[in-house]
Write a protein that binds this ligand. Sequence first.
Ligand code: ARG
Length: 470
Amino acid sequence: MTHNDDTTDDDAAATGAQYAADELDTTHVSKVDGGTVALAFSGGLDTTVCVPLLEDLYGYDEVVGVTVDVGQPDAEFVEAEETAAALDLEHYVVDATEEFADLCFDSVTANATYQGYPLGTALARPVIAEAIADVAGDVGADAVAHGCTGKGNDQLRFEAVWRDTDMAVVAPVRELGLTREFEQAYAAKLGLPVEGGNEGDWSVDTNLWSRSVEGKDLEDPAFVPGEEIYDWTTEPGQVTEPTLVQIGFADGQPTGVSVLEGAESVVETAAEAVTDAADAGEAKTAVGTGKPVAVIEFLNALAGAYGVGRTDMMEDRMLGLKVRENYEHPAATVLHAAHEALEGLVLTKDERDFKATVDDEWSQKAYEGLVHSPLSQALDGFLDVVSEKTEGTATVKLAAGQARVVGRDSEHAVYSESAASFDTSTVDGIEQADATGVAKYHGFQDRLANSATSETEDEESTETTVTADD
Ligand code: ARG
């Protein structure tokens, strides 16, 4: 490891180890005698201090850092690479964007949200955990480690995957009860390469599907944040010309997006936001050929320009804590709206009602980071079958902070224009007057029940009167 220039590496390590040992309660630390640990590494303060702690306090002789790409901004990879280099850390970057985008599309099939949040962080964690476990296996690691606190959801989501391997699981921040204050002092003591964080005061988690902002002044649920907490979405109303997009679906999954009409310069800028330039044209013009990553990137930029997809909410975490969360998720908002609209056309009422229950259960497991649970797999079986008819398009109008569905079309529509129309009197030989019998029976049981109740009440009040007279 490299540290600041006034000390030799050994001195710094010794000082750091001593400082940490003096300051921290190591009761929950499982010390080892060497070995390799693969650490989920972002280059932020938490994971950076984990590196010397894993060596000096835990006793690992090699730490390998793994950063998994699920669509974070480029600056985060630069930070991770630079910090890893300064720490002399063996560092791997794994691209899991496509796999993650596929899971995001699965979540569209399940209309998956948790208390209104489209699950970006939650869906990413199993993907990240699996990628890290793979690297850990490849380098022959004895353990895997994360820098999550003991208060959040992510520790549970990571470990649900890792505890299925034969590697040890290490959680220094939780096991040592680290505070931000200690981390900063420890980093200063060792001359670790940490900056204040790349997004100001808040704790931010960004991937393809959502950007989450929490902490500091946002911890007060009554605090009204300014525009500065947002990065993906412009204040609604800035772009005045609406854009109409058409989303294609097959088997309940988005297949692409095309712009029907709208604000050309906004559309151009959005197309430039697509990482793989070759996919940008597809994302923009051709329903049926869009690649998941490109579709998401394009819609995040396009709908983001309209201020679509902001959520400010109180979230019930798995451990029971309520937290105030702010999210941005423009693409998720558009795709969910379009998908639900198409389902409204192709599914029967019974299917829609039952699917709402399945969707809720799927979302709950996804929030828990358990998308591979037996229950989730069984739910996937239902979703696969019920979604076979969810094929067609939905047209969405982007304007002033809203993604509003304005049309839908499918060959599988459970819909007869003539049956629903005011202009035809007979449908399939059924006349309007045929509904008379149905109308006579409608509410029959309720009327019966209500009259039985009122008769009993009448009798009781008569009895009371008699008693009073006596
Ligand atoms: N509360 C959300 C979840 O558990 C996201 C938290 C993201 N983390 C952050 N530091 N902003 O899924």
